[in-house]
Design a protein around this ligand. Sequence first.
Ligand SMILES: *Cc1c(COP(=O)(O)O)cnc(C)c1O
Length: 476
Amino acid sequence: MYNSLIFELSKKGRIGYSLPNNNLSGFSLSDKLKRKASLDLPEVSELDVIRHYTNLSLKNFGVDQGFYPLGSCTMKYNPKIDEELSSLEGFTKVHPLQSVDSLQGSMKVYYELEKKLCALTGMKAFTFAPCAGAHGELTGLMIIKEYFNQLGAPRNKIIVPVSAHGTNPASAAVAGFEVVVVECVEDGCVDTKKLKELVDSDTAAIMLTNPSTLGIFEKDILEISKIMHDNGSLMYYDGANLNAVLGRLYTTSMGFDVMHINLHKTFSTPHGGGGPGSGPVGVRSGLEHLLPNPRIVLNNDKYEFYNSASSIGRVSSFFGNFSVCLKAYCYILSLGKEHAKDVSSLAVLNANYIKESLKDYYKLPISNHCKHEVVFDGLIDKRASTLDVAKRLLDYGYHPPTIYFPLLFHEALMIEPTENESKETLDQFIDVMKKIATEDASVLTTAPHNTIIGRLDDVKAARFPVIKFKDIGKYE
Ligand SMILES: *Cc1c(COP(=O)(O)O)cnc(C)c1O
């Protein structure tokens, strides 16, 4: 069943609001500013609006409804206490242009969160200006570029492994760098021999996520950082996979100089559909002066804004997405120092449990111990594609894992269970995955069968979209 458009529910004269008199007597807009024709909005009651959008929302799927093992995205449960605290009026009704005296509470949150992130990563300082992971990458790369500029020896190349997330080479290109790709060896780790051949006096940095997008820990990380540092180059850490190592090791101990964290992934904020996110960027000691302006400092028990003369400047209007930072702060406080470690151990245990349980049904190209996520290369017998498996999972009420990423394998199926899920949830998912692996190919290749909309022709949908407009009143 498809929902009517809200325009189809419209009845002339029906309204769901009442506005007070504006009391602006004597005030009139010039004709130039006045609308010529009516806006033609749907005329509906409050109940029509509520039912319409509630019914639409029920066709969606979220982490509060069921298991959401989307690899690379860290879709974890978002505790309701985080939502509740971040919606307190004292936080939602502040404006960055208020007087500093009236902003002390909010500034304290940023300041304290910065201290927590430093304690977890070993970095010296963080900025909260970037609004997403990719925005953090761009900011980090601008810092790296500026570092070499200020040394008077600009460098133009960024090395990115072939397994990298697509945003890495994209951010490097946007920051004006030339992207150089380094291959991986069979176990999924960076080929250090090739890396040695690639670095030269124009190499500014390497961008790495560890564990990699294959869920594999980069075992030669210390050798890699030595190769880079011996060459005067920097190490950039894409912290999107921090979930796998949280509370276990310092990013700085792996030799990284600059990093970003995806607060919306590791520290629990509902995300997807484009945001909101937060990608704070951290730098090791000696690089703080390059961070975006302004920063928050504590001076005689008072929080103040501080601008560094050698900063890269601003990367967003104020301080990024405050509510995401608040939720992250709540999550970190509710874990406490001793339980931060449990995040990584449970996430890694859960991924390995799935790996071992499914390896006789799905092809496992890298069988080493994985970290927070596991990548299969489709069904062992290839009776159906990874797309078919993902579509069939919808019939059983699961959000499918990430498919066809990373690009290293043709039928990639990337599962990330996170630390939140119980053994019972994992067992049910494993049972369904095994069942799918033995189902008739004809059932799989035509799935989904139980959803509101069946199998779509992806190419046709992109090339010939049929969109229902209210005037056409047609839906195909
Ligand atoms: C999600 C992700 C990013 C990008 O982060 P956004 O917040 O989506 O911009 C970068 N790298 C990796 C490995 C990721 O998983």
